[in-house]
Design a protein. Structure first.
Length: 331
């Protein structure tokens, strides 16, 4: 009946009618899924008073760091040269008719797959078909190459080695930078075949996996960006480094209270990691209204003084003096 009515209207009215109908259905879906749109971090505190102990290990440079450890040493430690495989995992949200999605970036060192040479060779072959990082000055950008490639479940479900880092974001009742992105033991020792997301309302049984490329070169070549360093970069160090003026924000402060289901959500976070940390494409597989924000990477200075739109691994120099340890804690 609706189509019959539209067919009798002038063309401009038909276009407006279809647009209004599409908007209605989108709003209907969002309304029905409103309680599930806000992806709450698993184990997130329900009150500010409970946030200190439960979020302490989430927001420091490494999951085991305590606030009385040396900040500068943690920020400037040199990781071993290696290559890292960058994936995106996609989950539909509960009660969203599989039309609203949550994504996370998974970063795995090459040695994580050393026991499965067939899988590793498959990834290496796929990497040749993918667009290189725009930060890689030795590679030629080729518009004919793909942004990502799907990994079949039959392949990724066999990868049980807990050697990857899970980078995700969700809502939580906390205001400290990056407290909405957990970095605990289970996040830094993540298996590719895990169906656990950082939020509680993701449908793990329907997880999809996509491969975006490789950071660094194996065998002591170009040094890649590890999952831990990617976390430091997107969080710009933290231990309140942003609030204290040591470094700028990387698109967002990524506090739990900064979460917005449309404008600053999990997919905004993964876009930031892919585009601003790794220099890869932030295109994603069929997320629809879940991913409507195009991120703009901040400009930073490289060692040679030239500018680059990138969230770089922060190095806290001698001018960053911590005189009050309480300022770096959550208590």
């Amino acid at each position: 009946m609706t189509m019959f009515i539209f067919s009798r209207l002038p063309i401009p009215h038909r276009i407006a009618g279809f647009a209004l109908t599409a908007t209605f259905f989108i709003l209907l879906i969002l309304g029905l899924a409103r309680h599930n749109l806000r992806g709450e971090i698993v184990g997130s505190p329900s009150s500010p008073a409970s946030s200190a102990s439960s979020l302490r290990s989430q927001s420091y440079f490494a999951s085991e760091k305590q606030p009385d450890e040396d900040v500068t040493a943690a920020a400037s430690a040199d990781p071993p040269a290696d290559s890292y495989y960058v994936f995106l995992q996609k989950f539909p949200l509960q009660s969203s008719f599989k039309m609203i999605f949550h994504t996370e970036v998974i970063v795995c060192p090459r040695e994580t797959f050393s026991k499965d040479t067939a899988f590793l060779n498959m990834l290496d072959g796929m990497s040749n078909t993918l667009a290189p990082s725009r930060f890689d000055e030795t590679s030629v950008q080729d518009s004919t190459k793909s942004s990502y490639v799907a990994i079949e479940k039959e392949q990724w479900s066999k990868q049980s080695e807990p050697g990857c880092v899970q980078l995700g974001y969700g809502g939580a009742n906390c205001g400290m930078g990056c407290c909405g992105s957990p970095h605990k033991h289970q996040n830094t020792n993540y298996a590719l075949n895990s169906q656990e997301a950082v939020i509680g309302n993701a449908m793990g049984d329907h997880k999809e996996m996509y491969f975006y490329g490789v950071s660094g070169s194996a065998g002591g070549g170009e040094e890649g960006i590890s999952g831990d360093d990617a976390y430091k970069a997107v969080c710009h160090g933290h231990m309140n480094a942003i609030e204290m003026g040591a470094v700028p924000m990387c698109v967002s402060n990524w506090a739990g209270r900064d979460y917005n289901p449309l404008t600053n959500n999990c997919n905004t976070f993964t876009s930031t990691v892919l585009k601003c940390v790794y220099g890869l494409s932030d295109a994603k597989p069929h997320l629809g209204v879940s991913d409507m924000i195009t991120v703009t990477c901040p400009e930073e200075k490289k060692d040679d003084g030239t500018g680059v739109n990138q969230c770089m691994l922060p190095t806290l120099d001698e001018s960053f003096v911590v005189s009050d340890k309480d300022a770096l804690s959550l208590e």
